[in-house]
Design a protein around this ligand. Structure first.
Ligand SMILES: Cc1cc2nc3c(=O)[nH]c(=O)nc-3n(C[C@H](O)[C@H](O)[C@H](O)COP(=O)(O)O)c2cc1C
Length: 215
């Protein structure tokens, strides 16, 4: 019986420590969400500017080209945070490792980036833009610019009525004039300032960027 009393005393002390330290509220996104903390409800992004779950009836489209997966990962984070529909701008003739050799002047990508008139064909099916109001448009930086397939994409569609938000990933270069070049080629749409991400961009960084866009 003495042992039982000691054990129950220990249990009460542990419970008190837990209730005082508030263990479990460790998400940085909930720090200012007092509604959620006070009600003791599970962590939720309902009060956030962006939704966590993809929505079939979304008006957000996230279109991207990615040769080695970095921009794809950033696009997926954006789609997850906005509930947007995702669309891959896939080349009809996909890029091999040899094609992507930027140190070789004769590689396919070097040749394409040398010639602003090249328009690599898109292999993915056309997407119907009707119903979307926001387009996140992603690509990697190649030789300081957007890959030429992005020129093919922006010249193919009409962005009237759409807010276009360019984003890119790179090994270190900034977004430079790549987004302005695409905007000029598109000739339609309300283009916001673009953003450049590191290849391993975190969900938190993407979320902060999106929330600031909507302010
Ligand atoms: C052909 C080629 C050219 C590149 N040129 C640049 C460049 O000018 N500046 C830079 O910072 N990174 C450059 N990179 C690196 C890519 O921008 C970077 O790895 C990017 O995240 C790749 O995106 P992806 O995985 O979506 O294709 C280049 C990569 C390739 C393949």
């Amino acid at each position: 019986m003495k042992i039982m009393r000691q054990l129950s005393g220990l249990f009460i002390v542990v419970c008190l420590i837990f209730s005082m330290t508030g263990c479990g509220n460790s998400s940085p996104f909930d720090e200012n969400n007092t509604d959620v903390q006070e009600s003791g409800a599970e962590q939720s992004t309902e009060t956030s500017a962006v939704d966590a779950e993809p929505d079939a009836g979304t008006d957000v489209l996230v279109a991207y080209f990615s040769a080695t997966g970095n921009t794809k990962a950033a696009a997926e984070r954006i789609a997850e945070l906005t509930g947007g529909e995702i669309y891959e701008i896939a080349p009809a003739d996909s890029y091999t490792e040899e094609d992507l050799d930027y140190s070789n002047d004769q590689s396919r990508t070097s040749q394409e980036m040398d010639n602003p008139d090249v328009r690599p064909e898109i292999g993915s099916e056309d997407i119907v833009m009707d119903g979307f109001t926001t387009l996140y448009l992603g690509y990697p930086i190649w030789h300081g610019q957007a890959p030429r397939i992005m020129s093919t994409f922006v010249e193919h569609y009409n962005f009237d009525g759409l807010t276009v938000i360019p984003f890119c990933t790179s090994g270190g270069s900034g977004i430079g004039s790549s987004a302005e070049t695409l905007e000029d080629l598109a000739g339609s749409g309300n283009w916001l300032e673009g953003e450049r991400f590191n290849s391993g961009v975190s969900k938190e960084e993407v979320q902060t960027w999106i929330e600031n866009l909507q302010e």
